[in-house]
Design a protein. Structure first.
Ligand code: GDP
Length: 359
């Protein structure tokens, strides 16, 4: 899928950079271009991307300090500048635009849903969101912001791929300390998914096409991406179990949104040397995923890559009914209930309608 990425906020900019670097290192060329948007000059400066500073007249390059309502207002006021920066990058061959943001902060949390809405007005290609959910140990403000942002994002975007910071928390390591590793790991999943339909070698019947990724995402709502890999035996015949077990581990331990295994649709991509990909294994894995997710529609295909390993990338869409999302929403509701008195109107509206009608 030839995509243009727009990172909003600090996490958005860093994750967009990680994705662009992964795509370039692998030589995929799926990410056609990428920019970063922020209200804070200091967060834009270290990024190796073209950047757009918004909200200058309001916050003078100092950021919105976790105020996602201000983040949304600023994006609303300055969206023309962002659209102008995006326009020359969305060439005729671009198949999707992906807006990337951390949902717990201010600029990305408030700005991403507004930007997705504006981009959807202008472009016919799908506009997807890639949103980072705060870990359960992050403060109440992050949970509240993310709950609000998620609701709007899911409504505005063609699909919202979620990455849960808790999915990568290794014991004893703080979320903050592990960002670089988390971002790389997230970039691998999403980078492979975007590149899956772009294979240039060994194109055959079983090779996955971009349209299959787009059609799987068409189910809309929330999505998760899993990844697993293992060394491959020499021949396809040796790799029946390798294929089934990598798909299983992509879903059971490698999902960007852990335990989000109730899904409306799925896609299983097996990446590796086509000579070593077991058709029987791929078919078995697809059937297993159908049963595991309760989804009638699980697509599948190969992503030919020159490697002595086999990898599985699994996309699940319509995961909003999963326990993980319910747990996150409960955290957000609780944080709202515990919120100090300021902004009673917004908090009340959120608590009564917004989160509840999400599901
Ligand atoms: P903004 O700049 O106002 O949009 O705020 P941030 O992007 O810093 O959003 C804060 C949220 O993003 C928190 O939940 C953080 O845990 C998360 N976050 C910040 N930086 C990163 C990062 O580099 N990677 C990941 N995965 N999450 C991040």
């Amino acid at each position: 899928m030839k995509a243009v990425l727009v990172g909003v906020g600090q996490a958005g900019g860093k994750l967009t950079t990680a994705l662009s670097e992964f795509d370039a290192e692998m030589g995929f060329g799926a990410i056609r271009d990428a920019i970063a948007v922020n209200t804070a000059t200091a967060d834009l400066e270290p990024l190796p991307l073209d950047t757009v500073l918004v909200g200058q007249s309001r916050v003078n390059g100092h950021g919105v300090g976790g105020d996602n309502e201000l983040g949304a207002e600023v994006m609303d006021e300055d969206s023309i500048e962002v659209l102008d920066a995006v326009a020359p990058r969305v060439t005729a061959d671009v198949e999707a635009i992906v807006v990337v943001a951390g949902l717990g902060g201010g600029t990305g949390s408030g700005g991403a849903p507004v930007l997705v809405r504006e981009l959807s007005r202008v472009y016919d290609v799908p506009v997807y969101a890639l949103g980072v959910l705060p870990g359960r140990d992050e403060g109440a403000m992050y949970q509240v912001n993310a709950g609000r942002s998620l609701k709007t994002l899911v409504r505005e975007a063609d699909a919202t791929i979620l990455l849960d910071n808790d999915a990568w928390r290794s014991s004893g390591e703080s979320v903050e300390g592990g960002y670089a590793a988390i971002n790389e790991s997230m970039a691998r999943r999403v980078g492979l998914l975007l590149a899956a339909g772009e294979a240039t070698q060994g194109v055959g019947e079983s090779v996955v096409d971009t349209s299959e990724v787009i059609n799987t995402l068409r189910a809309g709502g929330m999505a998760a991406v899993g990844y697993g890999s293992a060394p491959a035996g020499e021949d396809a015949g040796d790799n029946v179990n390798t294929v089934t077990s990598t798909v299983r581990s992509a879903v059971m331990t490698g999902l960007s949104l852990p335990s989000a295994t109730t899904a409306d649709a799925g896609l299983v991509v097996i990446a590796g040397d086509p000579e070593r990909i077991s058709r029987k294994g791929a078919e078995k894995a697809r059937k297993w995923l159908q049963e595991e997710t309760g989804s009638m529609q699980v697509r599948g295909g190969d992503f030919p890559l020159d490697s002595d390993r086999l990898a599985a990338v699994v996309l699940l869409t319509g995961v909003e009914r999963s326990d993980r999302i319910e747990a996150f929403l409960e955290r957000a509701r609780q944080a709202i209930r515990d919120e100090p008195e300021e902004e009673p109107d917004a908090a009340e509206a959120f608590q009564n309608d917004e989160i509840d009608d999400l599901l």
